[in-house]
Design a binder for this molecule. Structure first.
Ligand code: HEC
Length: 144
């Protein structure tokens, strides 16, 4: 009995250790080429106030709890996540991310993370247009 308890303990310790390593080594997957080359139909710096407002509404309601209001990744729910959201408010981060990358992750989610799919057919079921509006909002409001 004692040996079994010890083995169980050892097992759960090893599991914890492997999870810690996995999260430390996590790299955000890169969109496939056909997505990466996509360019948003909405230019963030020329977008209508109404378009940005609509994108902002979705962001505040669905994204900020993990990604934070400013995109810094410090939303109220972020602390509990094994794989944390990146700091998208870091200078140069958004500028270095292609429209197609942001769009792909929002459409499909990021496997084995809490980033779920938001695109058509997903539980959230946002249209492609709505997703581009959220991206425009992020580009217009996060540090570039
Ligand atoms: C439950 C927490 C959670 C919610 C809610 C959430 N995300 Fe995420 N998101 C994450 C995590 C964690 C990652 C990192 C995934 C990875 O590194 O593989 C991520 C990654 C991303 C990325 C990838 C950025 C890049 O550089 O490739 C984008 C874009 C993104 N999220 C946008 C959004 C938007 C927009 C919403 C709302 C519609 C949203 N997320 C909602 C947790 C969340």
């Amino acid at each position: 009995m004692k040996l079994r308890t010890a083995l169980l303990l050892l097992g759960s310790m090893m599991l914890c250790a492997s999870q810690a390593t996995a999260s430390g080594a996590h790299k955000t997957p890169t969109a496939p080429a056909d997505f990466l080359s996509k360019v948003s139909p909405i230019k963030a710096d020329e977008a209508d106030a109404a378009v940005l407002k609509e994108g902002g509404k979705i962001y505040t309601k669905k994204c900020a709890k993990c990604h934070g209001e400013t995109g810094d990744g410090k939303g109220s729910a972020a602390g509990e996540l094994t794989i944390k959201p990146m700091d998208m408010s870091a200078p140069g981060y958004m500028a270095g991310r292609k429209d197609g990358q942001l769009f792909w992750i929002m459409m499909n989610g990021s496997p084995n993370t809490d980033m779920k799919a938001f695109g058509p057919g997903s539980e959230q079921n946002y249209s492609e247009e709505e997703i581009w509006k959220v991206i425009a909002y992020m580009r217009a409001n996060f540090t570039k």
